[in-house]
Design a protein around this ligand. Sequence first.
Ligand SMILES: Cc1cc2nc3c(=O)[nH]c(=O)nc-3n(C[C@H](O)[C@H](O)[C@H](O)COP(=O)(O)O)c2cc1C
Length: 316
Amino acid sequence: MAGDPSTPGLAAAVSAAGGLGFLAAGYKPAERVAAELAAVRAATDRPFGLNMFVPGGRPPDPAAVRAYRESLAGEAARYGVPLGEPRADDDGWAAKLELAATVPVASFTFGCPAAADIARLRRAGTLVLVTVTHPAEAVHAADAGADALCVQGVEAGGHRGSFGEGLTDLALLPLLTLVRAAVDLPLLAAGGIMTAAGVRAVLAAGATAAQCGTAFLPATEAGTPAAYRAALTDPARTTALTRAFSGRWARGLTNRFLLEHVGAPAGYPAIHHSTSPLRRAAAAAGDPEGMALWAGQGHPLAHAAAAADLVDELTP
Ligand SMILES: Cc1cc2nc3c(=O)[nH]c(=O)nc-3n(C[C@H](O)[C@H](O)[C@H](O)COP(=O)(O)O)c2cc1C
């Protein structure tokens, strides 16, 4: 869970409790990821995973990004900060791939690594997971040599891992059923799973494991800011898919920013960098209306507890 929620303490606590904790590499410099990996290793000798963003995808339309940035002038004035540079980058891909070769499990989102990169990781002893949101993406990842797939339904919190064309909106159960029929790999089901009964349901539908994000946002060890934690169970909020914060589709709790910028174009990572100072300023002010409050559809059941207790609760 890239951004504030992911901490070495959370990943280590989940793994120590018998789950498979993941450290997010996304958005961070590779040097910080290396330091955080050391912290996870110092805290547990159990296996854990590292999650990375795969660069690439269709380049955004510069005119659409420019127009969207102009529409954010009021936000910059509201939070008293300039927009960030709309730069393109690859999130430190090469350096993070080196780090991925040192961990037991590496998972990828936003794309499928090249077959040669997957083969190199597997030779290094790293199990490779690729996130998919459509059966065609599952076939692509299987052909590229992935060991297993994270099957992410549209219910899921955070960014869609999609790398095919267009927005796919398959809910977890039909997606899992279609992917199960398309490929013969272990599947980790993700999206809206908040209880042990939910875990049992995806196991019955053909998954080998469940992947939970939102359930761990209020964990004691998570870095989730207080205003974000409070918003998770605010009865006035639902979730929606939005490109307003990053230029990539992601599911978050409804707030002022999301609702006022429903027409945001594709434009990752230019829009992510553009809105970053706004989101930081909103977070510093404790204002959930300008923060990216990523959450899945099961968010009302999120509750604070030590990560080990949450793992226990979710274990069928
Ligand atoms: C706050 C947050 C941040 C996330 N960041 C990432 C990420 O960095 N990489 C990734 O592969 N998935 C990320 N996800 C998606 C999760 O891997 C997973 O698909 C999702 O949390 C499952 O749905 P759920 O939140 O309803 O449990 C994130 C989800 C949330 C809620």
